[in-house]
Design a binder for this molecule. Sequence first.
Ligand code: AMP
Length: 396
Amino acid sequence: MKVLVINCGSSSLKYQLIDSDSEEVIAKGLCERITIEGSMLTHQVPGKDKVEVKSPMPDHKAAVSMVLDMLTSSEHGVISDLSEIGAVGHRVVHGGEKFAKSVVIDDDVIKAIAECNDLAPLHNPANLIGIEACKACMPNVPMVAVFDTAFHQTMPKKAYLYGLPYEYYEDYKVRRYGFHGTSHSFVSKRCIELLNLDPKNSKVIVCHLGNGASISAVLNGESVDTSMGLTPLEGLIMGTRSGDIDPAIMEFLANKLNVGIPEIMNILNKKSGVAGLSKIGSDFRDLGAAADNGDELAITTLDTYSYRVAKYIGAYAAAMNGVDAICFTAGIGENNTTVRNKVSEYLGYLGVVMDESKRDFRGEEGELTAPDSKVKVMLIPTNEELAIARETVALV
Ligand code: AMP
């Protein structure tokens, strides 16, 4: 079956058409600046040149129409007819406590996703717009919602509760949800497979280090803790997000800068993290280049970032009373050997022995530890689109 995977943001839409039998990408692309002047579609068929089309996309339905036209076009298309698309899988960021698994989308599901909107006001409404746009263009094709939060719904209460008055959980569902669930699930399963661990007796820590970053503790195949919380702001230091801070900093800075909560949130989400710390930016390639040139702040930023990752690994090893394997994934986890090597320096106490010949290994699946290492360190590229396609096929 050919599955169209859609990841819809407020002004962007990423897509991949995946052949679920061979698990190969047939075509993929990105619509940018939807609803904004200068809309553009970039479409790519593996092995061929990228195609860029600049054309107005006044709304997401226009974007979906353009994608479908491109997929079926005589020049750049990959299918002759829309009937070849057997199902659509949508990434949905927040499923609250309502969704512990992926679901086939119907009117009730759409309503339930909308009820989670205030938990992810920037993401869920955009995801719903993508669902409605696909429904309008392909009314008879089954669609599945795959939630970023679902994999973490197995967390025990002690891991998801905050030290706040309990009625905020009861009344407003203020608790840890966690995100990147599709990636944590995909990578932990692949790790168990690769290392031939017993799925029902395994302890895996997944470090998803991308522009957004989170760590999870996966005990016997189930998430038992994760670093992101009610929102993706908590936990690790990220590209532009602060991660964990003393909450009192918010009032302190609001007074110093004479700004309100919205501006403080903007600072914490968009101006902090490694971008804010380094004064350089959020891209680790730029940070690495600056550090190589002796930029003190870039070096300190990489140290601070890696230290936070190492602290979470320690916390999750404690939470599971041990660990069999630690996995690195996503843009930085898969490619940035500096961060990975810095984090690894903290892991000796766990019995980790790194394979020195793998210090520069990157970009592909592999084990990074020596044969006598008590705990394995793995590089496992994530593939959230493939995971969404698999979930979609399983449900339709
Ligand atoms: P993601 O959100 O998973 O796409 O990850 C984005 C981050 O990965 C950015 O900070 C990039 O700098 C980093 N990244 C991607 N490719 C590389 C690479 N080849 N070398 C170092 N960092 C990379």
